[in-house]
Design a binder for this molecule. Structure first.
Ligand code: AMP
Ligand code: ZN
Ligand code: FE
Ligand code: FE
Length: 282
């Protein structure tokens, strides 16, 4: 039995609808999947319904953008209660930050004579959690760039004309928010962050796991993080980080996480709830 615990839909910057994603999970023969859209859980309900119809176990999730010691980190939250009021308010704020950032990026593009409008980007994104990939797609659609890569290279990468820094919560705030909503917190793709030095502090702050298996981790990188997970007593997760067709071939199913790791995540959810019994009610 296998799971893919890192997937995106068009509720953030993936291209699949929840129903298409669930159909792909069935096609790949996955027993369980988690949806981890950036700073949102909006797609979870539809994905759950479609997964249940296809006989695939669904795990609620999100991928929060955070920072620690000047490193951008992505924190995966699994099994969060999406009805938790504080969680809803907080992720609503992060979505607002993302929307305002799109407006600022567009106004910077206008300053360098690219006449894109925020409305075009919002119409194309059609979600509450838009990001740079949507601006890149709008630039290609408008004929201002010939590829997404060119859009990032010319305009959207750090220190390019339309780059706008994003307000981020600290990693420990992200961990606390996920715990408050009854979930478990996992550092996404640590091999892409090049910031192993933050891991011990995050483990002290309550981090539950490390995403050791990821499409962009080599075998050596995976082994390295399996070692760190053992050293800091962190759970092990893995996922493909599939964004549908936006990055070429769909990646779903290219990481097959043994189901025993899902069982351990569930044990941790129960343990965390027993340690602080009321957090989801507040
Ligand atoms: P944002 O959260 O709005 O800053 O957007 C970050 C997303 O942009 C990441 O999830 C990447 O998938 C995507 N991205 C970053 N750099 C590039 C690039 N050079 N080409 C294509 N996509 C990129
Ligand atoms: Zn993404
Ligand atoms: Fe990420
Ligand atoms: Fe991701």
């Amino acid at each position: 039995m296998h799971a893919d615990l890192h997937l995106h839909t068009n509720f953030s910057d993936g291209t699949y609808s929840p129903e298409e994603l669930a159909a792909q999970a069935v096609r790949c023969g996955l027993e369980a999947i988690a949806l981890t859209d950036h700073d949102t859980v909006e797609g979870c309900e539809r994905t759950r319904i479609a997964c249940e119809a296809g006989g695939v176990e669904f795990i609620t999730g999100t991928e929060l953008t955070a920072e620690q010691d000047d490193h951008e980190l992505h924190i995966l939250g699994y099994f969060v209660n999406v009805e938790n009021p504080k969680f809803r308010v907080e992720i609503g704020r992060f979505q607002e930050v993302r929307q305002n950032r799109i407006r600022e990026m567009v106004s910077r593009l206008n300053r360098v004579n690219v006449p894109l409008t925020s409305e075009e980007v919002f119409a194309l994104a059609n979600c509450r959690s838009p990001g740079r990939p949507h601006v890149a797609r709008a630039l290609v659609k408008g004929g201002f760039c010939s590829s997404l890569d060119e859009a990032f290279e010319r305009f959207l990468k750090k220190n390019r004309p339309a780059w706008v820094p994003k307000f981020k919560m600290s990693a420990s705030e992200a961990i606390d928010l996920i715990h408050h909503a009854g979930g478990v917190a996992v550092m996404a793709h640590p091999g892409l962050n090049r910031s192993d030095e933050v891991i011990p502090g995050m483990a002290d702050a309550g981090l539950d796991g490390l995403e050791c298996f990821h499409t962009k981790h080599s075998t050596a990188t995976t082994e390295h993080y399996l070692g760190l997970a053992e050293r800091y007593q962190l759970l092990v997760t893995g996922g493909s980080d599939c964004h549908g067709l936006s990055k070429g071939k769909p990646l779903i199913g290219t990481i097959k996480l043994p189901y025993e790791h899902v069982e351990r995540l569930k044990q941790r959810v129960r343990r965390n709830l027993e340690a602080s019994p009321a957090p989801t009610a507040v």
